[in-house]
Design a protein around this ligand. Structure first.
Ligand SMILES: Cc1cc2nc3c(=O)[nH]c(=O)nc-3n(C[C@H](O)[C@H](O)[C@H](O)COP(=O)(O)OP(=O)(O)OC[C@H]3O[C@@H](n4cnc5c(N)ncnc54)[C@H](O)[C@@H]3O)c2cc1C
Length: 223
């Protein structure tokens, strides 16, 4: 079995960048990650990558993977890691696809996990109106009323994206004002379909078969 100098766990921007640097130093490496590009595949538009004004997350992910592969020093395997053991001073990685990989060193670049609201109804309605990726699931909200929770870049970007698809977008945020890039803030204020609801938390998500109603912890202004 080939022994790689380096196994990189995670094929997002961090893992693929690490692979590029390793290859440039002549370090043989294998990148193992569920999805190349990681979370960037969930964004409709990346606008802060210097030298490229606009690129879709999907295109960025493809380019990043191609860049990492271009040095012929890296292998990229899209699967997850089940187990890591030590053998003869090397690491043996058991992959979810049944394959085993040996490497002298390991670099962890597994990114982050979604944060959850932790309110009643969230788990029950996951996939039935509760979503964690606007670009993945935006299609289902075409012509509908949708609420985005949060006040940072991801939430603001999602609200702008959904503003082109949904009939109405409520951006519900516990803070007093958005903390996103001015770029997103301006896009929100230009779109009359997006309404920000500040100083408000969601207490419960209700419905029969799918999400129909949100219970807020403070009165909505029109009620
Ligand atoms: C909607 C949205 C929009 C965004 N827009 C922008 C933007 O415009 N500009 C910007 O700079 N940033 C943006 N971001 C943030 C950006 O996507 C993240 O900062 C970046 O992806 C983090 O990179 P990462 O490699 O650390 O982790 P991730 O991208 O999360 O990648 C983690 C990798 O690890 C893999 N992995 C996890 N667990 C395992 C395991 N057990 N075994 C094997 N592999 C595993 C995953 O499959 C994935 O390949 C956005 C994020 C979101 C959600």
């Amino acid at each position: 079995m080939e022994v790689f100098d380096l196994a990189i766990i995670g094929a997002g921007p961090a893992g693929l960048s690490a692979s590029v640097y390793a290859s440039r130093y002549g370090i043989s490496n294998v990148v193992i990650g569920g999805i190349s590009g990681g979370l960037t595949t969930q964004t409709h538009e990346i606008g802060n990558w210097l030298g490229t004004e606009k690129i879709s997350g999907f295109d960025f992910a493809q380019k990043a993977e191609a860049h990492a592969k271009s040095y012929n020093k890296a292998e990229i395997i899209n699967t997850l890691i089940d187990e890591i053991n030590e053998k003869d001073n090397n690491y043996v990685l058991s992959l979810s696809n049944g394959k085993k990989i040996q490497a002298k060193t390991i670099l962890l670049a597994m990114g982050t996990k979604h944060r959850h609201l932790g309110v009643p109804g969230e788990k029950e309605f996951a996939g039935k109106g509760v979503s964690y990726c606007a670009t993945c699931d935006g299609f289902f909200y075409r012509g509908k009323t949708v609420a985005v929770v949060g006040g940072n870049d991801s939430a603001a970007g999602a609200a702008v994206y959904l503003g082109d698809i949904a009939e109405k977008v409520y951006l519900i945020y516990r803070g007093e004002k958005l903390r996103c890039e001015t770029f997103w803030g301006e896009a929100i204020s230009k779109n009359p379909k997006i309404e920000s609801v500040f100083m408000t938390n969601i207490k419960e998500i209700k419905g029969e078969q799918k999400v129909e109603e949100l219970i807020l912890d403070s009165p909505y202004k029109w009620l």
